[in-house]
Design a protein. Structure first.
Length: 188
């Protein structure tokens, strides 16, 4: 039994080491690119998305929102509070759905990781993420055209400003998670 476990441990280490060596360069490049985008380009991307809010693009806005979601370096935990602020500023729900879906599915770091899998996998991943974002926007537009879909009331900033005001959505999300854990009897 011990020999079987040792053999399996060797196989696991071998495949882990092999995969790490194959993807390590893409991983580092993805972290560097993600950091550069987060520091230098993120505000521009989000500014472009905010500027869409004042235009009457209709269905075409869904396509633009999905493309900007892919370019956004945020994951789910950063996208949802950002979408709450976009919603508060009057952004249409179908555009928000497209942006959120594509932003959660793909970001610049994942694009670089996907490059390690080859051009076909990269193309499929980018196109499918874009189309999923567009589909989410179109479905919201079709079924919730005259009704509000998102409820971001838990993410609204308090009336007082101050030093920590820009972190309120993240703090609200963390407090909601902690509160949910306390309700279930877990550590909070």
């Amino acid at each position: 039994m011990i020999q079987i476990l040792q053999r399996e441990a060797v196989y696991l280490w071998y495949y882990f080491d092999l995969q790490l060596r194959q993807i390590f360069g893409y991983w580092v490049l993805g972290m560097v690119l993600g950091s550069v985008i987060s520091v230098f380009v993120k505000e521009r991307i989000h500014g472009l998305f905010r500027s869409l809010g004042g235009k009457r693009l209709g269905v075409l806005g869904i396509f633009a929102a999905s493309a900007l979601g892919i370019a956004s370096p945020l994951c789910m935990y950063g996208t949802i509070p950002l979408a709450a602020s976009f919603s508060e500023s009057g952004m249409e729900d179908d555009w928000l759905a497209a942006f959120m879906m594509s932003s959660i599915l793909l970001n610049p770091q994942l694009i670089l990781y996907s490059m390690a899998l080859g051009p076909a996998a990269l193309t499929i991943r980018v196109v499918s993420s874009f189309l999923c974002g567009v589909a989410a926007g179109l479905l919201l537009r079709a079924f919730y055209r005259d009704k509000p879909f998102f409820n971001f009331t838990g993410f609204s900033a308090p009336a007082r400003g101050g030093r920590w005001a820009k972190y309120v959505p993240c703090v609200t999300l963390m407090n909601a998670i902690r509160g949910d854990r306390k309700k279930r009897g877990g550590r909070g």
